[in-house]
Design a protein around this ligand. Structure first.
Ligand SMILES: [Zn+2]
Length: 410
């Protein structure tokens, strides 16, 4: 990458990646093979080719080769791993009240993560500044070089045109419509950047877990309600304009004339989102001391079996169950995951949604369907963002970029 321009150079200008190199790198990154001999055996490449490519990757600071343990006789075996100098990917999951930020290595391990308490309503410039600063802090704390960030991924809580890298007419996000988020991130980190919808990232993160089957439908119940679909090939289903999964504005049968932020009435998001439940109970979303006051207070009241809170949660679960049943008909997923703060009130939400889905959807669609929630305290969108970033880093183009952008090591 030409650092002065702050954006990736065109593929046409990148030198071709040497034959066999992506394969060698892939075997080491996945941990399938970690010695020269094993790589030659598993790749089917000539030992001399493997040797050349490993020297190339070590020379560029992408792999490192260390002596490991003791050998029975002769030289100890040498083990190949990703070098810490290979770089990092950074991810931000922007939510209504706060943003989760994380730094991960190229093996997909999250090295550090934190919450930045800036509301999305503060506008893109304020949010991006706070998020970028915190990510640079995290990089420094992890001892990682800021100029070796290989990819930036940001999730936004609204419809996103991921080709252009901005939000499209999001509700409750003043200033974000068409704001060039990806471009700003590219400039700040001097690395390629990608912007996606938060529910898409959440679904990707869940689909990346071991023993989770696809197709996967993720429903995020936050300020609004959004959904993401991961197909059986591991790809996010994308609509024509980035409005896919904006299911919170589907009209609920019993929605009446409850006004939604989008201007319509009776939207399921206006009845059953986390924000709607808090509003119905008269709990403020955030206070000066605690940006997540609403989340904490509702959890407490549900845990104490407060009747009005439990009732509100069950009503929301029924609404979301109706929505989920409809989506199950449409997409026939193998896994349905509920995420967001309401889903963390695990038992009541989950049992309510399950009851409706099993009652409404036909047996063929539910026979092998697993309905579950995200793991409490785990941010699936961060994991999804890391997975998406690494896909690009280890693509042909990503590898070519890394070989050019070696910071003068070689
Ligand atoms: Zn609406």
């Amino acid at each position: 990458m030409r650092k002065d321009e702050g954006h990736p150079i065109d593929m046409a200008l990148l030198p071709a990646v040497p034959v066999g190199l992506p394969k060698v790198l892939g075997l080491v990154v996945s941990g399938e093979a970690t010695s020269r001999a094993e790589i030659a055996r598993r790749s089917g490449l000539a030992r001399s080719t493997v040797g050349q490519q490993i020297d190339h990757l070590v020379g560029h600071g992408i792999l490192q080769e260390n002596e490991a343990g003791e050998s029975v006789r002769g030289r100890p075996p040498r083990v190949l791993t990703l070098s810490p100098r290979a770089g990092t990917v950074v991810v931000a999951d922007v939510d209504t009240l706060a943003t989760r930020v994380a730094v991960a290595d190229l093996g997909g391990r999250v090295l550090a993560q934190e919450t930045v308490g800036v509301p999305v309503g503060a506008g893109p410039e304020v949010v991006l500044k706070a998020v970028t600063e915190r990510l640079f802090d995290l990089l420094e704390r992890c001892g990682r070089e800021p100029d070796r960030v290989r990819k930036v991924v940001m999730g936004l809580p609204g419809p996103v045109d991921s080709q252009r890298g901005w939000a499209v007419r999001p509700t409750g996000m003043p200033g974000w419509d068409g704001y060039p988020v990806a471009e700003r991130l590219r400039t700040a980190f001097r690395a390629p950047a990608l912007v996606d919808n938060d529910a898409n990232l959440m679904a990707l993160g869940e689909a990346a877990r071991d023993e989770v089957d696809t197709p996967l439908l993720g429903i995020k119940i936050g300020t609004g309600i959004g959904a993401g679909i991961v197909t059986v090939d591991g790809e996010v289903y994308r609509g024509a304009d980035g409005a896919e999964g904006d299911v919170g504005h589907i009209r609920s049968v019993g929605g009446g004339d409850v006004l939604c932020a989008c201007g319509n009435v009776g939207c399921v998001g206006a009845l059953a989102s986390h924000r709607a439940v808090l509003r119905g109970l008269g709990i403020p979303e955030s206070t000066e001391d605690d940006p997540l006051h609403g989340t904490h207070t509702l959890a407490e009241r549900v845990a104490n079996n407060d009747p009005s809170a439990v009732r509100a949660l069950r009503q929301a679960a029924t609404e979301i169950g109706e929505l989920a049943a409809m989506l199950v008909y449409m997409f026939n997923p193998r896994t349905l995951v509920l995420g967001g703060p309401l889903s963390e009130l695990r038992d009541d939400m989950l049992s309510g949604v399950r009851a409706v889905v099993y009652q409404r959807a036909l047996p063929l669609a539910t026979r092998k369907l697993t309905i579950t929630t995200t793991q409490p305290g785990e941010n699936s969108a961060i994991h999804g963002g890391v997975a998406l970033a690494l896909r690009d880093v280890f693509s042909e183009r990503g590898i070519a970029r890394m070989l050019v952008d070696d910071g003068g090591v070689a």
